[in-house]
Write a protein that binds this ligand. Sequence first.
Ligand code: GMT
Length: 376
Amino acid sequence: MKIGVVCYPTYGGSGVVATELGKAMARAGHEIHFISYAQPARLDAFTENVYFHEVNSIKYPLFEHEPYVLALASKLVDVVQYEKLEILHIHYAIPHATAAFLAQSILREKGINIPFVTTLHGTDITIVGKDATFEPVVSFSINHSDGVTAVSESLKADTLKHFHVGKEIKVIPNFIDFTRFKYSPKDHFKTAIAPNGEKILVHTSNFRKVKRIDHVIEIFAKVRAAIPSKLLLVGDGPERRNAEMLCRELNVTEDVRFLGKQDAIEEILSVSDLFLMPSETESFGLAALEAMACRVPVVSSNTGGIPEVNVEGVTGYLRCYKDVQGMADAAISLLGNDELLAQMKEQAYQHALNFDIQEIMPQYIEFYQQFLVKTD
Ligand code: GMT
């Protein structure tokens, strides 16, 4: 199948899912064309059957805001036509699904029928999309997608609650590529971070407000007061500066390492003992699943789709959003009990196996089939 994939190229979850899914489909023999304004971060090595088409916008003094939707729609028309694509997979509703609808309408006038499937990822629904600024366009774009998927039952419910959607939404969860996410602890790395055998807590995100990095640091400060430990913060984003200030305020700077954006995230996770995800909202929590795949249990909030990933008492612990003390207590009781920690590390890994890309990728391929244009 020739598939066009539209996504954000950044380290965010939707871009990661789009890229890993596309690469897996390419390995299975499909021809994948990524279309975005920059090369996706996880498209870091040559992969057979994978192509990248960059969307170039134009800068003109009249445009205070560059019309990216129009540039993307034009690019889609071009790529669909000349690469003879059979279907478009659109990741993140805003503005990608709208651009796809426009491209589809233009192509129809040229006698080309191209179906598009939209995957809803989270903030396109829970934060940005439901804002009155975008709601009518998001509802329209979802309803005019040929097929719609959501990454969790919780996100599906949120979509139906906040939008005027008459479309069937299929839930296909996020996944792990276990050929990449292999537990590979590097002793020298662990020793460099925790020279005295301290426990290692980790958090990875795009440091947006919704991730509550402040709560990550507050939880860590409480854990550190009870158990010798270190905190690794991976990623970057708007809350980075505030996070650094809070570390100073709580006097924990010498035990907190800001590692910035990292590609080999599995190496960092493999030396970690506990992942923290106290998010205000999280449609799925791919970062938590990646941790579990590297045998790291998770202490998290219980919002959105997180309970569909992190199972209370099995893969970690869930507490109410904002319950910093509760999450710290759970972390302390787990990190203070080596036998329980070892058991939960194994259980986290076993549960992550349920989200193997080899099981999830065929669900998308099967989903596409029903929308393909029949040619005799
Ligand atoms: O987490 C982010 O803020 C990035 C965002 C994205 O779309 O790039 O992630 C969302 O999509 C991921 C992949 O489907 C989900 O695993 C994340 O839970 C979701 N983030 C939120 O809902 C906050």
